[in-house]
Design a protein around this ligand. Structure first.
Ligand code: ZN
Length: 498
């Protein structure tokens, strides 16, 4: 046993305890906490965040990490813990404390100003704040940018280590060249799909029963996970034995169903992380994109597959016999897969989703590395929506103001969503060579698939990058062609061959 590593582990457990408390408070704020307590609780969270940062940049921790950097006598998991701790410390230390404080206060204000501007559909009110956020973000990235790297590339690598701008340019160009024409073809198809039966009056109590049933059906371990309700669905992992997901109940039945399946995908990833990594900075998903690959794999590739829907539709018919009267499994499958281009990203169908991301990628790149000004943003936004998605946002509330990300300084985050779709499709392609995918889904057997992902992907946490995981699992480099093929096959089947 390596003594220095044991000391590091003990120290990290204390640091992690603060982080876990922050996560629990954040979880509580979104689910059960009374609204009236929000302001005081925000102060508590703020104080915990400062304590967390202080603990991480403590000289003792830096010394320990330095003494272990050679990796001598450490297991692969331990090396990953040392590496990830070092990366986090470097990131925190790069920004002067005074600037960070100023920025945190700006972010708190920005959240409120953004929400207000979105409500008023008034971009001008928000523009000065957004400009401020962008200049802080550029400054912070500048502290860390390596030679030959652009600021936007530095930002991207916080979410997707290993990806450079050239790779992303090629990736998004491929999506544009293939998905824009595919969408056009789908919208011109004569096929009419009715999905009106998915909206209406669905008793929240029964929706809850369905959500609980789905969580079990997806093999989420009931001893180590829990499902709650929040306005916007999300997943929190306190550690690999306490994983929490949420859903919401609306007039749209599939909104809750696919939120549960999406978040369960994130949850299964967190539950699968090995114990050696738990409660350390390496005990998380490999990257944002890889995490999204798991949620989207379950939501779309599994969840919208006809074979999977058989037993699910049966359950839905039991719970909502009136609403499903006269509806067949075939109609249900078509209904949940209907393509409907619209202005809102979070309501997008499987085909148009990545086009929403393409637009954000192009705009972020021009805002950070290019010469697009904040003033020009709404017009550019709408222009791209008309061109790629064939829709015209009626105002900035459903246009450039719709996402919270930029107000929180999250530039470089969006590409991960589209990468996740592509990772998932490549993993799926490979999985089908080894497993009887459809047969397992038909039989309601999800465990074989989950085991496949757990042993090859989930357990490794941050030990491997997304690119190396794809390479090791599939025996090939990352290639978005599988995603494009998957979408082409799916919509051909749905829109002009059925
Ligand atoms: Zn997600």
């Amino acid at each position: 046993m390596n003594q220095s590593y044991e000391t590091l582990k003990t120290y990290l457990e204390r640091v992690y305890a603060i982080d876990a408390a922050i996560r629990l408070f954040e979880w509580d704020c979104e689910t059960l906490a009374p609204k009236g307590g929000a302001e005081n609780t925000a102060k508590i969270i703020g104080s915990l965040c400062s304590q967390y940062q202080e603990a991480l940049i403590h000289p003792n921790l830096q010394q320990l990490v330095d003494s272990l950097k050679s990796g001598e006598g450490l297991t692969e998991a331990q090396k990953a813990v040392v590496r990830e701790t070092g990366i986090t410390i470097d990131k925190l230390k790069a920004v002067p404390a005074r600037e960070y404080e100023e920025y945190s206060a700006l972010k708190a204000r920005a959240g409120r100003i953004w929400a207000q501007s979105r409500k008023m559909k008034d971009f001008e009110q928000y523009a000065p704040t957004l400009k401020n956020i962008i200049s802080f973000q550029k400054k912070f990235a500048g502290y860390r940018t390596q030679e030959g790297q652009s600021l936007y590339e530095t930002m991207i690598q916080d979410y997707e280590p290993g990806f450079d701008l050239k790779m992303l340019d090629e990736f998004f160009l491929k999506l544009k060249d293939n998905l824009v024409p595919l969408l056009k073809k789908v919208t011109e198809s004569k096929k009419v799909i009715d999905n009106s039966f998915l909206t209406g009056d669905f008793d929240p109590e029964k929706q809850r029963q369905l959500a609980d049933w789905l969580v079990g059906y997806l093999n989420m371990d009931g001893e180590r996970s829990v499902l709650a309700v929040s306005e916007h669905p999300f997943t929190t992992s306190i550690h690999n034995r306490d994983v929490r997901i949420t859903t919401h109940f609306t007039h749209n039945l599939t909104s809750s169903v696919y939120s549960v399946i999406h978040e369960a995908g994130h949850g299964l990833y967190e539950l699968g992380i090995q114990d050696d990594l738990a409660m350390t900075l390496a005990g998380d998903g490999a990257s944002m994109g890889m995490h999204e690959s798991q949620s989207r794999f379950f939501e779309n590739i599994v969840g919208k597959n006809r074979a999977f829907l058989g037993p699910v539709f049966e359950k839905i018919c039991q719970l909502f016999p009136d609403q499903m009267k006269g509806i067949t499994l075939e109609q249900f499958w078509e209904g949940v897969n209907k393509v409907e281009p619209g202005p809102i990203r979070i309501e997008a169908d499987e085909l148009t989703y990545s086009l929403h991301i393409l637009i954000r990628y192009e705009l972020e790149k021009s805002l950070i590395d290019g010469d697009l000004s904040v003033e020009e943003l709404p017009e550019e936004w709408n222009k791209k929506y008309r061109e790629y998605l064939l829709v015209d946002p009626v105002d900035d509330g459903v246009g450039v103001l719709q996402d919270v990300h930029w107000s929180q300084g999250d530039f470089g985050y969006f590409p991960s969503y589209a990468l996740g779709n592509a990772f998932g499709a490549q993993l799926y392609h490979h999985m089908c060579r080894e497993l009887d995918f459809e047969g397992l889904l038909k039989a309601g057997n999800l465990e074989v698939m989950i085991q496949y992902l757990r042993t090859r992907l989930h357990q490794y946490g941050k030990m491997k990058t997304s690119l190396s995981l794809i390479r090791e699992i599939t025996g090939e480099e990352f290639n978005p062609i599988y995603y494009i093929q998957y979408l082409n096959d799916k919509y051909k089947n749905l829109y002009w061959e059925s």
